[in-house]
Design a protein around this ligand. Structure first.
Ligand SMILES: *Cc1c(COP(=O)(O)O)cnc(C)c1O
Length: 404
């Protein structure tokens, strides 16, 4: 991630008010407006100064292990038939997924702004673990709010976060899952919003988070573009990535948005069915609305309240989606498609057996679609897939619920 590539990135928005077309913005209590504006100003200034970028790049290289390789999946390609399938291996990062890229960026920014504590909520614990890791290396106290039901289900991640030095705060109100954790974390943040930093876990939330998290993830596409060119002599014909909030997808896509010849696909989870509550296919089934301080496509009821969501991949079950993805859909630049639970489980097994790579269930959605797309594409064409994370976290769940 060179300073120059960061500068070019802003051509994709947002505008000064934080909007990508009609999506995004900053719908927050008045006290937060100024604090968010200060974060935006500090970020824009810091990323122009060499020191911040240098420190971040240094950590990405020597701590995360970047650049992650691009791998040609020959066995999977032969099995699917048609286009060649290539993986950007974000599963090989320290902590096992792409989330560490933006958690490090946010932690470094908070530190340089003189904030005293990082705060976040976590559902299954993936964002919590990545942020606790970043807090440890940067040297900031970190409080992670987690529903008690999730804490029991995701015990190993609770242990990880505590080992990493984070405080895990149990939230026992209501059903004790993600929504209650969000409320509790936000209340704790509001006790001292000027002194603390709420680290958002994807390209969602009020401005400037969709922009900042995208910029921190853009290293994925910048690297992959260069690696792919070197490896094959040309650019890929298609890109594929799974979309929860949308950070790993926009991370891969950004470096290629200006290349008209490249077809770009974001894969959403259609879960058990397309009935409300059975899926989290926000861009496919939703309509414009407001959630957590920003405008985006939203799965909502008649009163604009977010609907319950489901996916076998817990990292994908959010009723909203990044504002830039919402805009890219309306522009027609990115095509959003769906893969259901069963197809994702099958791709999880296939990739493990055929390539010796156990993918995260989130990433398995992208793999499933890429195999379909490859089969329908001419041989000689090439598909680049973001393998956003590894599947160690999903082993027990898959074996218990679907068998070996
Ligand atoms: C959290 C997560 C996702 C979904 O988040 P995005 O912001 O949509 O990228 C995807 N893959 C993995 C491995 C994750 O941990």
């Amino acid at each position: 991630m060179e300073t120059e590539s960061l500068v070019n990135i802003t051509e994709n928005g947002p505008d000064e008010r934080g909007f990508f077309g009609e999506y995004g913005g900053k719908f927050v209590p008045t006290v937060l407006e100024d604090i968010l504006a200060e974060i935006r100003d500090s970020y824009l200034e810091l990323r122009r100064s060499g020191g911040f970028i240098e420190e971040l790049e240094g950590l990405l290289r020597t701590y995360v292990g970047r650049p992650s390789p691009v791998y040609y999946a020959g066995n999977l390609t032969r099995m699917a038939g048609g286009a060649g399938i290539y993986f950007k291996r974000e599963d090989l990062n320290h902590t096992g997924a792409h989330k560490i890229n933006h958690c490090l960026g946010e932690a470094l920014l908070a530190k340089r702004m003189g904030k005293s504590r990082l705060i976040a909520e976590t559902g299954a614990g993936q964002h919590g673990v990545a942020l606790a890791t970043a807090a440890a290396i940067v040297g900031l106290p970190c409080s992670i709010y987690m529903g008690i039901v999730d804490m029991v289900k995701e015990r190993p991640n609770v242990t990880r976060m505590r080992l990493l030095g984070a405080e895990v705060v149990p939230v026992d109100r209501g059903p004790g899952t993600l929504k209650e954790a969000v409320d509790a974390a936000f209340e704790a943040y509001m006790e001292d919003p000027a002194g603390q930093f709420y680290a958002i876990g994807s390209v969602v939330g009020p401005d400037p988070f969709p922009m900042m998290v995208r910029d921190f993830q853009a290293v994925v596409g910048v690297e992959a573009r260069e690696q792919f060119l070197e490896m094959t002599g040309s650019l890929p014909d298609c890109l594929v990535a799974c979309v929860g909030g949308g950070s790993n997808a926009i991370g891969l896509f950004t470096a290629f948005l200006g290349d008209d010849g490249i077809d770009i696909y974001g894969v959403e989870p259609s879960g058990r069915s397309f009935r409300p509550g059975d899926h989290a296919a926000t861009l496919t089934m939703g309509s414009p609305g407001t959630i957590h301080g920003f405008r985006c496509y939203l799965l909502q009821d008649d009163d604009g309240e977010p609907l319950p969501v489901h996916s076998v991949a817990s990292g994908l079950d959010y009723p909203g989606v990044g504002p830039q993805h919402s805009h890219l859909k309306d522009m027609g630049r990115v095509t959003y498609v769906t893969v259901n639970d069963e197809q994702a489980i099958e791709a999880f097994r296939t990739l493990s057996r055929v390539e010796g790579i156990i993918p995260a269930l989130e990433s398995a959605h992208a793999v499933a679609y890429a195999m379909e797309l490859a089969a329908a594409s001419p041989s000689g064409s090439r598909i680049l897939v973001n393998l956003s994370g590894r599947g160690d976290k999903d082993l027990d769940y898959v074996v218990e619920n679907y068998g070996m």
